[in-house]
Write a protein that binds this ligand. Structure first.
Ligand SMILES: [Zn+2]
Length: 329
């Protein structure tokens, strides 16, 4: 499959971002570990300076440097043994200092070298295909929806009719979403966002999308009516190959955000599409963020008790409350 230059650049950027994130995370946990166990920092420092001294000795005096190189190497082995011992005592993995790349094959570089050849890694191929799938959701400008420009000021600090304080509830949901986005992996939990229109469900799901994309993973955002309309149209116009592509993209992206569930025109076909998309992703352990303006009872009416139970059972549920923010604005 051929991809445009634009998709290639975007994919390359995201891979670079993944690598940078992995390196930064490794550096961070290293620093934390050193703070907790200062002896590890000393060992690390000495190991590095031994390495540098040996390198210098080899370059400068290859012949008569042998003896000191020998003793330095022995010292270095002893230090490494001590390091391993300390890690074991603290039940820490031996590879704790290694960056944890999303793709171990290429170390998040996108390329693999072997036999003097450089090949594109599968992960870069996959990312390009994911990004072309994202074009499904091209009718939104993501930059407009960030955690930074989400305002809690629109939520009342007085109790509502159920005695709940919208501001407090929404502050918790906001923090939950920030943490969810920061810690997102392609196997994170799914989320179910429930609440009336204008309470910020779309804004927060797109803010999550922004962070997830920035961290190098692929996201498809779509509204249930849009995507089901598209799938239905493709299905009944016999464009099987294209339909499979759309469907395939929805299944394999790292995060699928399905907005406005329940507002689509409900037919047997759309219902079975929703079941299939959700179940396939669930089976593959891939997260979905579903948002709906319907109550649980209304959802059961539109779908089925069985589907809704499954939905609730496999998602973290966030109940949005308050007054329509768009009207207050
Ligand atoms: Zn790779």
């Amino acid at each position: 499959m051929a991809y445009s230059q634009e998709i290639f650049l975007e994919a390359t950027n995201r891979i670079a971002q993944r690598r940078q994130n992995a390196l930064r995370a490794a550096e961070y946990s290293r620093e934390q570990l050193f703070r907790e166990i200062p002896r590890l920092r000393e060992i690390d420092f000495e190991l590095q300076s031994i390495g540098a001294t040996i390198a210098k000795a080899i370059v400068k005096a290859p012949a008569d440097g042998q003896e000191s190189i020998q003793s330095l190497s022995e010292r270095s082995i002893r230090l490494q043994e001590e390091q391993d011992r300390i890690l074991e005592e603290h039940h820490i993995r031996k590879d704790v200092f290694e960056p944890r790349f999303i793709c171990e094959k290429c170390g998040d570089t996108g390329y693999i070298e072997h036999d003097n050849r450089t090949d594109m890694c599968d992960c870069l191929q996959k990312l390009m295909s994911d990004i072309s799938g994202e074009m499904l959701s091209d009718n939104l400008t993501l930059e407009d929806y960030t955690f930074e420009n989400f305002s809690l000021d629109y939520y009342s600090k007085s109790p509502d009719s159920d005695g709940k304080i919208p501001f407090n509830r929404m502050s918790n949901i906001y923090r939950y979403c920030v943490d969810y986005a920061d810690g997102f992996t392609p196997h994170s939990r799914s989320l179910l966002l429930i609440g009336a229109t204008g309470l910020g469900k779309t804004h927060l799901s797109l803010s999550i999308a922004n962070v997830v994309i920035r961290n190098g993973m692929s996201v498809i955002y779509t509204t249930a009516p849009d995507i089901l309309f598209k799938l239905e149209k493709e299905h009944f116009s016999y464009q099987y190959s294209e339909q499979e592509d759309t469907y395939h993209s929805l299944i394999k992206c790292d995060l699928l955000i399905l907005d406005d569930l329940g507002t689509e025109f409900s037919t047997d076909f759309t219902r079975s599409c929703v079941y299939n998309i959700f179940n396939s992703r669930l089976l593959a352990g891939k997260p979905v963020i579903i948002s709906t303006n319907m109550t649980i009872d209304e959802l059961i009416g539109a779908y089925s008790q069985r589907f809704v139970s499954r939905l609730i059972g496999s998602c973290d549920r966030l109940d949005f409350i308050g007054d329509d923010v768009r009207q207050i604005k």
